[in-house]
Design a binder for this molecule. Structure first.
Ligand code: BEZ
Ligand code: FE2
Length: 404
């Protein structure tokens, strides 16, 4: 048993002062240090630095590790030139992205307090790194392929990867999962088969959806910039599905949809009605010229996530939260800061179906300890000061073990 003491603890009922947490792999009790010491006299006491706040470990629900080598290769500013540059540099970037590069980025995430991440994997190359990294990893095996001719082969390869990730479940902190690349890049037949795999095995399910205006136009009218892309690279000029058909394919299983920047109010309401959620990637959306997700209108659970280094400049969750504060410039500051912290803790845990993300009895002992520069003058500003001032967290615990 260990007892962690801090000036503040972020709990589901708000920030509490002068309390402590008793934990093994899971949280056993939250109370004053005096009460906990009496209850657990043998426990090791860990005193955090002055002005520290214990948060549940942060959760980044959507990242592509396999693009970690990108710095200046991919074209930012607008979605289609970016997608063209992905096709042009994909092999080169994947080649440069070895285990060492990916592990380094897992460490960046760890030092920003991320104790769980959702890794979108198109080839399974990240599996070894995700087995070794201390974090919990929801390993999203991604299905891609719009050409019916190759559909069976691509589906077969996808299933092999699903099985490989399932075989790591016991010996690591990996949860196997399924990702659908997007409506424009996955044939509806294999899409439905993959959704069924997720449903039958109760695996988390995710899909990129309505990221760009080009995607919307292609799915609605079969025109626009994606038409030229498909003619050039895939020798086809008609989309394989439309917005409704794609959305309906997920009707019976809650799915984590990434981006949705170009979704209408009706589409967002439909997703909400079916129990789905959104991964909001503010820097990725800005860098690819996709626009701003109207988070103020959402009535469904929403996480904030970094996406990969293919559309970002770092995998730090604090860099992402600061960007979100700037992108949503019209939102009341304190409320937004509190909502953002929730979006990377309890909301993200609920979305991924994990027993972490909250400091309450029985939850996994995953903690990120943030040390503020001085005592906050007003308690209602702790979330904001945390986001604005934290470059790296002071300590990280996962399942009760200290990693930072
Ligand atoms: C496809 O298979 O249709 C596809 C793959 C990558 C990007 C876009 C489309
Ligand atoms: Fe993504």
């Amino acid at each position: 048993m260990k007892i962690l003491v801090a000036d503040y603890i972020y709990t589901p009922t708000g920030f509490v002062e002068n309390q402590a947490i008793a934990f093994t792999e899971t949280i056993q009790a939250i109370d004053s240090i005096e009460v906990l010491q009496k209850k657990y006299p043998e426990a090791e006491i860990i005193q955090t630095e002055a002005n520290s706040v214990i948060y549940p470990g942060f959760i980044n629900t959507h990242v592509h590790l396999e693009f970690s080598a990108n710095k200046t290769s991919l074209k930012y500013g607008s979605f289609m030139p970016w997608l063209d540059s992905v096709i042009e540099y994909r092999d080169e970037l994947m080649g440069e992205c070895n285990n060492e590069v990916m592990q380094k980025e897992c460490d960046v995430m760890l030092h920003s307090g991320i104790t769980t991440f959702g890794a979108i994997s198109s080839f399974g190359n990240e599996l070894e790194v995700c087995e070794k990294t201390p974090q919990r990893v929801v390993f999203f095996n991604e299905l891609i392929g719009s050409n019916a001719m190759y559909a069976d082969m691509l589906y077969g390869d996808f299933m092999e990867r699903v099985k490989a990730s399932q075989s790591c479940e016991e010996s690591s902190r990996i949860t196997p999962a399924v990702a659908i690349h997007s409506p424009y890049s996955v044939h509806p037949i294999i899409l439905q088969k993959a959704v069924n795999v997720a449903k039958q095995n109760k695996l988390p399910l995710s899909a990129h959806f309505l990221e760009s205006q080009a995607e919307r136009e292609w799915l609605e009218k079969g025109t626009g910039e994606l038409k030229g892309f498909f003619e050039k690279f895939f020798n086809t000029s008609t989309p394989v599905t439309n917005i409704e058909e794609f959305m309906f394919a997920f009707d019976t299983y809650p799915t984590h949809f990434t981006h949705c920047v170009q979704a209408t109010k009706e589409e967002l309401d439909y997703l909400a009605d079916k129990g789905h959620s959104i991964a909001h990637c503010p820097r990725s959306n800005r860098y690819l010229g996709c626009g701003r997700l109207n988070i103020e209108d959402l009535n469904l659970p929403c996480s904030v996530a970094t996406d990969g280094l293919s559309s970002n400049d770092s995998l730090s969750i604090f860099d992402e939260l600061r960007a979100a504060l700037m992108l949503h410039h019209q939102a009341p500051m304190q409320e937004l800061a509190n909502r953002l912290i929730r979006s990377v803790t309890s909301d993200a845990a609920d979305i991924l179906g994990l027993n972490c993300g909250r400091i309450t009895e029985g939850k996994l002992a995953d903690f990120a300890i943030v040390t503020l520069k001085e005592k906050p003058k007003r308690e209602e500003e702790i979330a904001l000061w945390t986001i604005l001032h934290t470059k790296e967290v002071s300590n990280v615990y996962i399942e009760g073990i200290k990693y930072v």
